[in-house]
Design a binder for this molecule. Structure first.
Ligand SMILES: [Cu+2]
Length: 340
């Protein structure tokens, strides 16, 4: 196992004015991520938690009543020892860890495949070389073979180097951070459907805290809308999920009154995966300057992403759901809470 190579900045005494004017130093950020087989319960409470009270039956409707736990393969983050799991917010659900960078940073993902199949990690947004593309294909036009990181066999490891360059970060009309996907890409449809996917957040240069999160927001949430197909198209295997949870089982979307909250939303899946996340209780703003728009619904297609800011100043528990009728019936909803 390679040692964590995060370098410490040398201590140099500078006049305060100079320190304030200096841009943040580019960082090399290390992530330790394994692919692992497990079982995932898309409704661990066994209940429909949004329509549930002393007088309302809490049952998940048929055909999903007892059909919401399935085999998955997921990206799990560890500390550098590859033994201690890194903490992950409950609301991130089935997704792999958030990989963060500020424009100018380099991300090194130390990936180990502990699952039974061969997998890899392909990022959106970052700049990378062929070996770090993490996608398996033969380029017949150039005669190119798959890159070194295209396919990591069971029991093997690969270090991906991904660069957050200017083109990886938000453009001028966008918010201070933006979200991208990463996922396995040998048999991409099968592997994302297994659960091998997660988010990347890249913050504009000079606008990130030390941990990469944007300075101008109090909290960021990431929610992915994806109909996992766990039984070859059979309805009772279609998990209309947000972060791998159905019927209100996605919990922890909690914010303080008055906080500025950024929502990163992502879509993945098949042609049925057209999703329209809708927030009750508050409107949001996408973009900035002339590109600013006020929304309470955004549009997602497979692979696409949207970021939007909410001023959380209306305390209460509010619905958060896909607005596609069939998807509502199948449980693609939860709630978020603005605490008083
Ligand atoms: Cu939907």
């Amino acid at each position: 196992m390679k040692a964590n190579k995060i370098r410490k900045c040398p201590v140099v005494l500078l006049p305060l004015a100079m320190m304030v004017a200096m841009p943040a130093m580019a960082q090399t950020r290390h992530y330790y991520i394994a692919a692992e087989d497990s079982t995932w319960d898309f409704a661990p409470s066994g209940k429909n938690l949004v329509h549930c009270s002393d007088t309302v039956p809490c049952d998940i409707p048929e055909p999903w009543t007892d059909s919401h736990s399935f085999p998955v393969t997921r990206f799990i983050q560890y500390e550098a020892d590859f033994k201690t799991p890194a903490p992950q917010p409950d609301w991130l659900g089935i997704m792999g860890p958030i990989i963060r960078a500020e424009v100018g940073d380099t991300v090194i993902v130390h990936f180990c495949n502990r699952a039974e199949g061969s997998y890899g990690m392909h990022p959106h947004g970052f700049r990378y070389t062929k070996d770090n593309e993490g996608a398996h294909f033969f380029g017949a036009n150039s005669g190119s073979a798959p890159g070194a990181g295209a396919e990591v066999m069971p029991g093997q490891c690969f270090d991906y180097t991904w660069i957050a360059d200017q083109d990886s970060g938000p453009a001028s009309g966008e918010l201070s951070s933006k979200v991208w996907w990463y996922h396995s890409h040998i048999d991409e449809p099968a592997e994302t459907n297994k659960g091998l996917l997660g988010p990347i957040i890249i913050t504009r240069k000079g606008q990130a805290r030390r941990d990469g999160s944007p300075k101008d927001v109090d909290q960021e949430f990431v929610t992915a809308f994806f109909i996992f197909d766990k039984l070859g198209g059979e309805e009772k295997g279609l998990m209309h999920s947000i972060n791998g949870y159905i019927f209100g089982n996605l919990k922890g979307l909690v914010m303080g009154n008055g906080e500025k909250v950024r929502w990163h939303v992502l879509g993945m899946g098949n042609e049925v995966d057209l999703h329209t996340p809708h927030w009750h209780g508050k409107t949001l703003k996408t973009g900035r300057g002339h590109a600013e728009q006020r929304v309470d619904v955004v549009q997602l297609l497979p692979g696409s992403t949207v970021s939007a800011d909410m001023k959380a100043d209306n305390p209460g528990e509010w619905l958060y759901h896909c607005h596609v009728a069939d998807h509502i019936d199948a449980g693609m909803f939860t709630t978020y809470q603005i605490e008083n």
